[in-house]
Write a protein that binds this ligand. Sequence first.
Ligand code: PLP
Length: 480
Amino acid sequence: MDAEQLRENAHKMVDFIADYYKNIESFPVLSQVEPGYLRKLLPDSAPTHPESLQNVLDDIQEKILPGVTHWQSPDYFAYFPSNSSTAGFLGEMLSAGINIVGFSWVTSPAATELEVIVLDWLGKMLKLPEEFLSQGKGGGVIQGTASEAVLVVLLAARDKFLGRVGKNSLEKLVVYASDQTHSSLQKACRIAGIYPENCRLLKTDSSSNFALPPDVLSEAISKDIAAGLIPIFLCATVGTTSSTAVDPLPALGKIAKGNEMWFHIDAAYAGSACVCPEYRHCIDGIEEADSFNMNAHKWFLTNFDCSLLWVKDRNDLIQSLSSNPEYLKNKASDGNMVVDYKDWQIPLGRRFRSLKLWMVLRLYGLDNLQQYIRNHIELAKHFEQLVAVDHRFEIVVPRTFSLVCFRLCPPNDDHDHCNKLNRDLLDAVNSTGKIFMSHTVLSGKYILRFVVGTPLTEEKHVDAAWAVLQDEATTLLGRF
Ligand code: PLP
C-alpha cells in the first residue's frame, strides 16, 4: 500500500461519505429498485486494467446508492436500529487501516487486551455482577452478532451437560425459551444438534405482555424431567424483537438455577438502555445468569458488527471451542498467561473490533450515551402520544423502550380485514420512500412497528413520519 496514494484516496472517500450523510434525507429510505437491477447496470466481468477511483465513486453514486436502504437515515424506523457514529466510524476505519487478525494474544496483544478492558468498562457501566468481569473466572468477548453469541453459549452448555450425563444423551437435552425469542436460538439449536422436538418455545400472550410466565416454564421443565429428558438451557430476552417484552429474569433465573440449567440473557437491543439507572432494573436477576449479550451495533453508536457477550466462567466456552494445532502454538498461550479469543468463538480469525467500541466510550462518555438513549425513548413516547389521540389507531402493547407497536383499527372492522388494512398501510407508507417501518404479528394481529433509534432522528422526523402514516391511512380508508 502506497501511503501517499492512500492519503489522497482516503480523503476523497471521507468526503464522499460526509456528502452522503449531508444528503441522506434526499434518498428514498427504503430502496425502490427491483430484484436484479444491478446486473443490468454493471459489466459481465471484472476489468483487466485499473480504473480511477473517481470512476468507481461515480458508479457508487449512480448505481449502488439507488440500491441501498438507508439505515442511517433519520427517517428510518424499521426492525431495530444499526447505529453509526463518528466515533464508531473512525474506529472501524482504524481497524480496517491496521488490519490485524487477532485470534491469539500473540497475533496482536493490544487487540486482545483492549477487548478485555473495554468489555470490563462496559460491564461496569451496566453494573453487571463482578463474576462477569475479567478479574475472576468470567469475562467479555466481542462476537459478530447475537446469533453467534447464543450459539457459542449453547455449545458450551451442551458440552458441559454431555460431559456430566454421557456423550450419548444428546437426544435427551432440552432448551427452553418463549415463542417471542429471536429465531437465532432455533438456528443455534439446529447447529448444536439439539433435537428439534426438544427446543421448547413456550407460549406467551397479551396477558403477560408477551413475556415468558415463570409457571409456564416450571410446568414444561417438570413434564420433561418426568419423561426422562434433561433440561440444559434457558434463553430469556430483555427486549424481544417483536414487541420489546422483558422476560421476568429473577423468577426465571431461580427456576433455571434450581434445575442446574445454563441461563442466557439476550438483551441484543434493549441492553443499551440498561446503562441508564432508570432502566437497569430490566436486568435485575442477572445475578443468576451464566451469560449475557447485548449488541453495541444496534443502539449504542458502534458501527456494525459488535455484539458483546459476557460469561461467568470462560472455561465453559474454552472447553467447548478451543483448538490447539501445532502451527498456532506460542510461548504466551502455552504458559496460560493470556486470553486467546479464538477459543471463545466459532471462527479462528477476528477483527480489531474493540477499537471502535473504545472510541465510542471515550469520545462520547457515559453521560452522553445515557442522554442519547433517553432522547430516543422520549421521541418514541412522543410518537405513542400522537398515535393515542387518533381514534382510527390503537397501541397494541405498552411501550417499554423506543419501539411503539400499533395498528390502524377502524371501529367494527373484522380481524382479517384489519390485518389486510395494516399490510396495505405498511406497503403504502414504505413505497413513498419518505420513511421505512417494519411489522410483526402478535396473537394473530398484524402490527406496525415504529422504532426510534438512529442518531440523526429528531422530533421533526417523528412528526413528519406520523403525518405520512395519517395521510396514507386516510387514503386507504377512503378506498374501502
Ligand atoms: N436477539 C434479539 C432480541 C434481536 O432483536 C435480534 C435481532 O434483531 C437478534 C437477537 C439477532 O441479532 P444478530 O443480527 O446480531 O444476530
